[in-house]
Design a protein around this ligand. Structure first.
Ligand code: NAP
Length: 285
């Protein structure tokens, strides 16, 4: 496939590299200069505007911070939308379902097909090509994208029409945010009562409460250093979308509401660029 790839951050750079690795023709663009050169070294073509990246492509894929970035890249100066008529735009960035539905409508008016396809999985699965892709859109478009999705992910779930991929992603990140805060709070609580972090983690990871997420974060908690795999500021953003979505649908989510406040606290303390497990550092402040 010929793919225009927009956004080469932690996730996008690795996903684009896997597309190249699997033989797709990939044209890449990133707002700040640097990441595109690394991709060019691996066989992608680097260009200087979003419009140029998608001009000769069969489809465009975006992996950007959130809705403002997607709007800028599509509709800003030299935006991709002007070159997308008759083509498919796949937004893999995490945004709210309401934003995805609105974008689908706006692009349809310009003759552009749309799919939201956010991902479950972080830096390592992005690197290994084992992300879970949560697609919302037309079944034919999902089949069309399957060779590209297979390069980036280990599993594709077609959730339904446009917006449902984002709804699934919000549901997953609600659980992720609450689980990470739950472990952080348990460690903080146990340490205040005189137990060591090592003892507490050994008990959690050695019993029925163990899971892959907690295993992945073990070394961060033990060393009390949190290099970003999934930046805390993104978790705060996503829980904001979760709250907005619950307001729209009437869902009752008291734990997520409280937990979002904790990520906001951590953000205000200056931990936004660190991994979201750094939410523990806001406790007791
Ligand atoms: P990141 O490393 O912060 O990268 C963000 C990308 O968006 C960069 O390429 C950045 O460009 C670009 N960007 C931001 N604002 C922009 C704007 N106004 N115009 C143009 N480009 C803009 O983030 P990431 O971790 O790769 O995450 C990307 C998306 O995937 C987010 O929606 C995140 O929630 C989601 N996600 C992340 C993870 C994870 O573990 N990291 C897991 C699942 C989903 P610059 O380089 O110029 O700043």
């Amino acid at each position: 496939m010929k793919i225009g790839f927009l956004g080469l951050g932690i996730m996008g750079s690795r996903m684009a590299a896997n597309l190249v690795e699997h033989g797709h023709t990939v044209t890449v663009w990133n707002r700040s200069k640097g990441p595109e050169a690394a991709l060019a070294g691996r066989g992608a073509e680097a260009v200087t505007s979003p419009a140029e990246a998608v001009k000769d492509a069969d489809c465009a894929v975006a992996m950007l911070t959130g809705p403002e970035a997607v709007d800028d890249v599509l509709f800003g100066q030299d935006g991709a939308a002007q070159e997308l008529e008759g083509k498919l735009f796949v937004n893999m960035s995490t945004v709210s379902p309401a934003y995805s539905r609105g974008l689908a409508k706006r692009l349809k008016e310009q003759g552009v097909r749309f799919m939201d396809a956010p991902v479950s999985g972080s830096k390592k699965p992005a690197e290994d090509g084992t992300l879970v892709i949560l697609a919302g859109g037309d079944a034919g478009d999902v089949s069309f994208m399957q060779p590209a999705f297979d390069a980036m992910g280990g599993k594709t779930v077609h959730c339904g029409e446009a917006g449902t991929g984002s709804m699934m992603k919000m549901s997953v990140n609600l659980l992720l945010g609450v689980m990470m805060h739950g472990l952080s709070e348990m460690l903080h609580f146990g340490e205040k009562g005189g137990l060591s972090r090592q003892q507490l983690l050994d008990v959690v990871l050695g019993g029925p409460l163990s899971n892959m997420l907690y295993q992945l974060k073990r070394d961060m908690y033990l060393s009390d250093t949190y290099p970003a795999q999934f930046p805390l500021m993104h978790m705060d953003k996503d829980l904001g979308f979760v709250l907005e979505t619950a307001f729209d649908t009437g869902a009752d989510i008291p734990a997520s509401t409280t937990v979002r406040f904790q990520y906001e606290r951590a953000l205000k303390e200056g931990f936004g660029e660190e991994d979201f497990a750094a939410v523990i550092k806001a406790l007791g402040k």
